[in-house]
Design a protein around this ligand. Structure first.
Ligand code: GAL
Length: 647
């Protein structure tokens, strides 16, 4: 947790504007209460217009101008946008899509993580930047690349990827016989005689072996980690004492963010609540109700997820939506007050920084319809006044404090790879199981930490494991030692590390805490539900042989959950009123202080304060249980309002 108050910053592209404007922009940023500015992450063609010929002057000047206004700089390495000359020098650096088509030049992220030549080039430009600016007093942090995986770019089906995949497999399995055995390649005569015979899992006639896919997903994630390490090693060597950060995305799981976070100082993320609401699997009703606010759990879910990804729990919002974006199906403007709300919410969850994307709306190219804090003509856009207000309020509030631990939710990236590779029922996803369970806990007014398996569980009253197919014996042992309430969701412990059915049947290793055997699992199409008063079991059903007591039982006798002491096993998919009810029971048994929050309200206990946010469209009141002294706002919250009470 930051000992200091949260800083505000902005993303700025000096190369988009005449130099004569820079000083004025910098002055206005500082006047607005911004203290950080992120630059450079797409500027390769201006830094090195010709191979080996660097133009540093403009960047020297830009950094100097920003520094003179008192701004500290987050400098990006420009490796998300290799210039055309570089692509022409080595066209095979481009990634191939799943259909085997080359992903061409003309936008961004046109590279394959596995390409040795591109890795060299990425290291070269990183070193050039780090050597030039690594010791600059105003450079406070480095951002590696930009949004690894954006535009579906983690998985590449190139020759370079295949070339690295084979030795990666050899390293993991030792012998080809061991791989054949682990994957079950006797099935359909898929056995290999050597690692050199293994192809990438795309372009097969029907589905490839799920073990093959899982290996490829792990390998691809490792490629991202290696690519990032290449840069962060150089940055650390040339620019000691500066934070190295990367900006992650929303609802994105194609690489293991716990592992990436472990090798960074800070994990950042890019928060676009309205774009995410529109683009991800929210109901049409939610999309309408929250069109101008975002679903109340979108931003917080990622705050609480990414906080758990670095060793020190350090995280930033590197890009905050300031107005309509350009990339969702529909791009409404936020309700007045939301930019301020999102900012204060990041503070409440422990962010060290919120940085807005972007300073001034670009009048040209792909993102010309994407709002900034300024309009394209340089006059203030609606968000600017909210930023100024938030800056003043954060000044007055100071540090948020150390958050109270209440509930932990276990999520592993691998879990999502498993459900994605073999959903078994359309749309079933470990990530969304985690989101729905998170949402249920937050509706009870609880603080939730989203953590990787193995993270210490001390101080939590409740641990939820919504869907965790590959459960290790160590993880099971950790749960066994945990004294609080536990919820295990369906499919947990159901697979081995190599995507076979767990030995002795599911829940595999988790049988040490729940004495039962899943005798059969089925997925249920929408509408095929088992109802009870107030909830329904839907989506999935584990049938279980156990002496544990049935707890939630549908009218037709279908058992949706079992209870064995402090462990609950949820047999149906964690969603809707069912997960709301189950989390409420477990939280109650854990002795956590529960609240019935008004629709659209969320709270966060930050240590020094209790924050409440109204994401709803009607006014609502702070629950009577929250008796702290009013520090900001009113106990009756208009839509988009924030209230802060003493803890
Ligand atoms: C992010 C990206 C930015 C910008 C922004 C627009 O995904 O990092 O460069 O494209 O989206 O919303």
């Amino acid at each position: 947790m930051p000992a200091d108050k949260m800083a505000l910053g902005v993303c700025y592209y000096p190369e988009h504007w005449p130099q004569s404007r820079w000083a004025d922009d910098a002055r206005r940023m500082a006047e607005a209460g911004l203290s950080r500015v992120r630059i450079g992450e797409f500027a390769w063609s201006r830094i090195e217009p010709q191979p080996g010929q660097f133009d540093w002057q403009w960047l020297d000047d830009a950094i100097e101008t920003l520094a003179q206004a008192g701004l500290s700089i987050i400098l990006g390495t420009p490796t998300a946008t290799p210039p055309k000359w570089l692509v022409d020098l080595m066209p095979d650096m481009l990634a191939l899509d799943r259909e085997g088509r080359t992903r061409g030049f003309g936008s961004r992220r046109h590279y394959c993580f596995s390409h040795a030549g591109y890795r060299k080039q990425a290291a070269r430009i990183t070193r050039a930047l780090a050597q030039r600016y690594g010791q600059h007093a105003a450079v406070a942090a480095w951002q590696t690349d930009n949004e690894y995986g954006c535009h579906d770019t983690v998985l590449s089906y190139s020759a370079a990827a295949r070339g690295r995949f084979r030795p990666w497999l050899a390293q993991r399995y030792g012998t080809i016989e061991a791989l054949n055995q682990a994957w079950g390649n006797v099935f359909w005569s898929m056995e290999y005689r050597s690692f050199d015979e293994v192809e990438l899992p795309n372009l097969t006639v029907t589905e490839a072996n799920p073990a093959h896919w899982l290996a490829f997903r792990r390998f691809s994630s490792d490629q991202v980690l290696e690519f990032d390490r290449l840069q962060s090693d150089i940055l650390r060597a040339c620019s000691p004492g500066r934070d190295v950060v990367h900006n992650a995305m929303g609802f994105f799981t194609d690489y293991d963010h716990h592992q990436l976070g472990a090798q960074l100082d800070v994990l950042g993320w890019d928060s676009y609540p309205l774009g995410f609401l529109e683009m991800f699997r929210f109901s049409d009703a939610d999309k309408l109700a929250y069109a101008r606010q975002g679903h109340p759990d979108i931003a917080a879910f990622h705050h609480d997820l990414y906080r758990g990804c670095t060793k020190g729990g350090r995280w930033w919002v590197l890009e905050q939506q300031p107005g309509p974006v350009n990339w969702a199906r529909h791009n409404p403007a936020p309700m007045p007050g939301m930019v301020r709300l999102w900012t204060l919410e990041a503070m409440a969850h422990g962010a060290e920084l919120t940085s807005y994307f972007r300073w001034r709306q670009a009048p040209f190219a792909q993102e010309q319809m994407h709002a900034g804090l300024l309009r394209p003509d340089g006059t203030p856009a609606p968000a600017l006044a909210e930023v100024v207000q938030a800056a003043d309020e954060i000044d007055a509030l100071g540090a948020a404090g150390n958050a109270v631990k209440q509930a932990a939710l276990v999520f592993a990236y691998e879990s999502e790879w498993v459900t994605n590779i073999q959903p078994q029922g359309q749309g079933l996803s470990a990530l969304w199981a985690a989101f729905d369970c998170y949402s249920a806990l937050r509706k009870l007014g609880l603080n939730v930490d989203i953590i990787a398996p193995g993270t210490p569980l001390d101080d939590y009253g409740l641990v939820a494991v919504p869907c965790h197919p590959i459960a290790s014996a160590e993880f099971a042992a950790q749960l066994e030692r945990f004294a609080g309430q536990i919820i295990i969701g369906p499919r947990s412990g159901s697979k081995t590390a190599d995507f076979a059915i767990a030995e002795g049947l599911p829940p595999g290793a988790l049988r040490s805490i729940f004495n039962g055997t899943v005798s059969k699992s089925e997925s249920l199409r929408p509408g095929l539900v088992h109802q009870a008063k107030g909830w329904e079991a839907a989506g999935w059903l584990d049938h279980i042989e156990t002496a544990a007591s049935p707890e939630m039982v549908a009218d037709d006798g279908t058992i949706a959950s079992y209870r064995q002491g402090r462990v609950r096993y949820l047999a149906a998919w964690p969603q809707g009123a069912l997960i709301d009810e189950l989390t409420a029971r477990a939280a109650q048994d854990a002795g956590l202080a529960l609240m019935a929050l008004p629709e659209g309200m969320r709270i966060r206990r930050s240590g020094r304060y209790v924050f409440a946010f109204n994401y709803g469209t009607v006014q609502c009141s702070v629950p009577a249980e929250l008796t702290g002294k009013l520090v900001l706002g009113e106990r009756i919250l208009a839509p988009g309002a924030v209230v802060v009470l003493t803890a």
